[in-house]
Design a protein around this ligand. Structure first.
Ligand code: SF4
Length: 313
């Protein structure tokens, strides 16, 4: 398979009055065409900042982001515009991401106009994308507040798809929705991926969602990736104590099924003053004497399964 998105040592830092926030620090990963790659971790781990850096909404401080082999930071003019059409996003709250003063037709037509699509092609493309997300063409005349939460998320998905992207960043796409409609949106996303050959980068804190929807996962802690791999083997036998802790907290349909368990201590430290050595060491139940002095290297423990922990290096 070909990597559609490649990140190498990506960093995203912010200067604030108290110092430098290292929100993302040295992240490397590869997303292959057609797969769903999940970034998972607690709130504040840097996953949404990383997504925004990929979307060029945050500046890249260090490292390289390549999309389809091209350096994203070096893109200018027409190349940057083409990148913005090929990489789209769906955010958590559809209500705040849709302009309430515009009709759906205008919301969906805006990106087409901005990208120079011929006037005669706009209405048919709006109708087609509404059909793709399961909404009638008559929806185009309504305003966002005239829809339910699930329908609004369908409109947000339609807007992400109107430019026929290759990669869609799904930032917590169902967490603001009623539980009763989450499954509908998930199956819509699955159907669209199959029909359109989309690649998804899924940002989530919910491991049950990742287990259901993703092919591969990267677990983030305080701006760093601590474990990556295909979802099934990684969830069956997580190697990093942080991943084990996260998974132990996920309710499982079969309570007798073996699950890793671990205790976690304290709160996530600040990305302003991350702990020395392994950033997880103040909370780790398996902490070794070396852990507060030296950051662990990332090692491969099985084909495509990597972990950054002194227990494995
Ligand atoms: Fe725990 Fe040490 Fe592994 Fe960090 S490197 S997760 S502190 S055992």
């Amino acid at each position: 398979m070909t990597a559609l998105l490649e990140l190498e040592d990506v960093a995203c830092h912010f200067r604030v009055p108290g110092g430098l926030v290292r929100a993302v620090d040295g992240v490397s990963l590869q997303v292959q065409k057609g797969e769903t790659y999940a970034l998972v971790g607690e709130s504040g781990c840097g996953k949404s900042t990383l997504a925004k850096t990929i979307l060029r909404l945050h500046p890249l401080v260090a490292g390289t982001i390549r999309f389809d082999g091209e350096d994203v930071a070096a893109m200018r003019g027409a190349d940057a515009k083409r990148y913005r059409s090929r990489v789209q996003a769906v955010f958590q709250d559809p209500y705040s991401s849709l302009n309430p003063r515009l009709r759906v037709r205008t919301i969906l037509a805006e990106p087409l106009r901005a990208h120079g699509v011929a006037r005669a092609d706009i209405a048919p493309r709006v109708d087609r994308v509404l059909g793709l997300v399961g909404l009638p063409a008559s929806s185009a005349t309504l305003y966002p507040h005239e829809f339910s939460g699930g329908q609004r998320q369908r409109i947000a998905i339609a807007r992400a798809l109107i430019l026929e992207p290759d990669l869609v960043v799904l930032d917590e796409p169902i967490s603001a929705l009623d539980v009763s409609i989450r499954a509908q949106i998930l199956s819509l996303l699955e159907k669209l991926q199959q029909e359109l050959g989309l690649t998804y980068l899924l940002i989530a804190h919910d491991l049950a969602l990742v287990e259901y929807a993703a092919d591969k996962v990267a677990v983030m802690y305080l701006g760093e990736i601590v474990e990556t791999g295909p979802v099934e083997p990684l969830f069956e036998a997580p190697k990093h104590p942080y991943t084990q802790t996260l998974l132990a907290a996920v309710p499982h349909p079969d309570p007798t099924a073996p699950r890793a368990s671990a205790d976690i201590r304290g709160e996530v430290a600040s990305a302003l003053t991350p702990p020395s050595g392994c950033r997880f060491h103040p909370r780790c139940p398996s902490c070794l004497p070396i852990c507060n002095q030296h950051a662990p290297k990332t090692v491969t423990v099985a084909p495509t399964h990597t972990v950054a922990c002194h227990l494995h290096d």
